[in-house]
Unconditional design. Sequence first.
Length: 282
Amino acid sequence: MTQQEPLPIFDLSDIVGDFARSTAQERGAVFTRSEIVEFILDLSGYTTDQPLHEFGLLEPAFGNGDFLLPVADRLLNAYSHWCEKRVDMVKDLSGAIRAVELHHDSIQKVRVELLALLRAHGASEQDAHQLLAEWLIEGDFLLVELPWNFTHVVGNPPYVRHEHVPARLMSEYRARYSTIYDRADLYVPFFERCLSQLESGGTLGFICSDRWMKNKYGGPLRAMVAHHYHLTAYVDMVDTPAFHSEVVAYPAITTIKRESPGRSSPGVSVISSKPVSFSTAP
């Protein structure tokens, strides 16, 4: 069966707009606890002992900023450490982050918080606004254009069943993403696009349902990972309070590197014991 040609984005603008105005539950927005975010950033190698201003990080659906705000804080702290002479903050940091979000009100809320964070780290108001204009992208992650590939991708892709996505929009996603198979949920094409956007050697760190590893609909995504990537860590988060709301979705943390698995590649790390704070958080 031949895939249909994707439509120009403007032909889908009304449908995407309606989806953007839906409730957080309808959009699959589930918010991640801070200790989980910090753990994923550490596991993905996005740490302040690295020159993070030389990296490029992508977050595909930043919601209320659960990942994006700690990412920006780590970036700015690392920048202060690695660059004593900060001549041009905009030039140095404009390519360090790209973050996409569909919901307009969430973007405005996070923009205010990021502006305050940048100002606290010494950015002028003009430079802070200029950086945010580069960092933040409003739109549907599965449809927007992205400027380049990235060293890191982190986040919590939306928990949306395929039947809850408008039919015309789902048809367009199927035309663009080969991993959408059978009754695949929306997080599957998020995986596909994010993995495709990784540079060679780059790392993805997601907290997400692990059903793609086990169910029929995950077959094409599993094949993609097996042929071109290396699953480096798996952390089972079932019965762990990882989110700010109850989620029955078999959550797990996975990190995946863009490198073909081979004899020289280390095996996957299955981490079964979580830090105590994971199990005792209120």
